[in-house]
Ligand binder design. Structure first.
Ligand SMILES: CC(C)(COP(=O)(O)OP(=O)(O)OC[C@H]1O[C@@H](n2cnc3c(N)ncnc32)[C@H](O)[C@@H]1OP(=O)(O)O)[C@@H](O)C(=O)NCCC(=O)NCCS
Length: 291
């Protein structure tokens, strides 16, 4: 490795002791408690997740992670990896460790897929590795749905039966969009929900769906994601939620929602791509239900 006293390791998946050490390094840098995922069993940790680490004995000092994900773009399913949880211990920075792990992770990804995605607030870190910014959008428009009886219930991630409902739907899930949508293990969805108590996960049994929603202004439905084997129309989702809406702000690409937005909003999500992203002029937004 760049630091010759370190040992390079790939963990896929990590042994429990090594996983706890990886969690500690990531928790210290990003204030993210990955150990909370363990309560979700096989739905908590993505078995496809690959950790690239620089180890000083039993202590990890540098990490880059890769997670398999399927992007749907331009009507095509594109197998990809998501790159993230990149950090180097402060005492080890500036010596090429990040570059070293990035090169190893990208060689691993390049041998398997044609596309790597990431989200960052520091794009200049990743240009040197061939990543380019990709614009993401959200969608606003009218949605007249009168108030009526609600047919939904909020799920709680500390209730095993509720987690089972969500996990079952994830196992049968269809991509929310074919123009621009993600299909991946629920790990990042669960983490986002745990990190964001304002987000509600509402089970709509009549639609065989769970929707992630956020409080909006009066009369506004703010839809973050739909987990369902068949994506229901937005109007049906709004009615099952109890209606009383006159407009919507939607954060998934709406081609499967039977709804035409009036305004497309550019979102500063920091999405970057490296490799073959299908060309499609239509604006898209991947759900924000991930950390
Ligand atoms: C960003 C971070 C991973 C860099 O680790 P590092 O081991 O110091 O980086 P390296 O020494 O391998 O540097 C690799 C390259 O990135 C450049 N670089 C390092 N930090 C940078 C920064 N903050 N902004 C822009 N470029 C940076 C270096 O100049 C070097 O360029 P070169 O290879 O062309 O000479 C580390 O500072 C860190 O853990 N920061 C906090 C967590 C974080 O921001 N992670 C990224 C989240 S998207």
């Amino acid at each position: 490795m760049a630091d010759t006293d370190l040992v390079f390791r790939i963990d896929a998946p990590a042994q429990p002791a090594r996983q706890a050490e990886i969690d500690r390094l990531i928790g210290d840098e990003f204030d993210l408690d990955l150990a909370r995922l363990d309560r979700f069993g096989r739905f908590g940790r993505d078995p496809g997740f690959v950790s690239f680490g620089g180890w000083d004995g039993e202590a990890i000092v540098a990490h880059v992670g890769l997670q398999p994900m399927g992007l749907h773009r331009g009507g095509t399913a594109v197998p990809a990896f998501g790159l993230g949880l990149a950090t180097v211990h402060p005492a080890r920075r500036g010596r090429g460790l990040f570059r070293d792990l990035m090169e190893r992770a990208l060689a691993f990804a390049d041998a398997r897929v044609d596309l790597v995605l990431l989200e960052t607030e520091e794009p200049e870190l990743y240009h040197r590795f061939g990543f380019a910014k990709v614009a993401e959008h959200s969608f606003r428009g009218r949605l007249e749905v009168a108030a009526g009886p609600a047919a939904g219930r909020c799920l709680r991630l500390d209730v095993a039966a509720d987690v089972t409902i969500l996990a079952d739907l994830f196992a049968r899930r269809a991509p929310p969009s074919l123009v621009g949508g993600l299909d991946e293990h629920p790990m990042r969805f669960f983490l986002k929900a745990l990190e964001s108590p304002e987000i509600k996960l509402v089970h709509l049994p009549s639609l065989d769906a769970v929707v992630a929603i956020e409080p909006g202004a009066a009369g506004e439905l703010v839809l973050l994601d739909v987990v369902a084997p068949a994506i229901p129309p937005l109007a049906a989702i709004a009615a099952a939620l109890g209606g009383g809406f006159d407009r919507a702000h939607v954060f998934v690409t709406p081609d499967r929602l039977g709804w035409v937005p009036e305004t497309v909003v550019t979102e500063a999500t920091g999405l970057m791509a490296r490799g073959r992203l299908p060309v499609d002029p239509r604006p898209f937004g991947l759900s924000p239900m991930h950390v």
